[in-house]
Design a protein. Structure first.
Length: 120
């Protein structure tokens, strides 16, 4: 099987050649290692055919936008409390909320920043 061609590291100004996109010195530290074990749950029928569609039917508009008096269609089913691999939290409808993509991305970024701040 052919190997990927060598390319410069994605870090600006780094001349190191790599097949992975980033050289060892500049490889991002925040990779999906922890969540890799449970990220596939979002492809299970219990999520794609049952929980997600049921939540969007129950709550078709973004909960965060609604708090501000704005009516925006929800596209994402979010876990109010991040489940971090806890199956019971993952499937608990009481832990689900409907959000628009913008509000979900903002919430996720804040959660990740808080987690990084705590972990130092």
């Amino acid at each position: 099987m052919a190997q990927k061609p060598l390319r410069p590291c994605k870090h600006p100004g780094c001349p190191e050649l790599t097949r992975e996109g980033w050289c060892q010195a500049h490889k991002p530290k925040h990779q999906r290692r922890e969540s890799a074990a449970y990220h596939g749950w979002y492809n299970l029928p219990v999520w794609t055919q049952d929980l997600r569609p049921a939540q969007l039917l129950r709550e078709p508009f973004c909960r965060e936008c609604a708090r501000q008096g704005i009516r925006t269609w929800a596209m994402v089913v979010d876990h109010v409390k991040p489940h971090r691999g806890d199956w019971l939290l993952f499937v608990d409808p009481g832990n689900h909320q409907s959000l628009c993509k913008r509000c979900h991305d903002r919430k996720t970024a804040l959660e990740q920043a808080e987690k990084r701040r705590k972990n130092g």
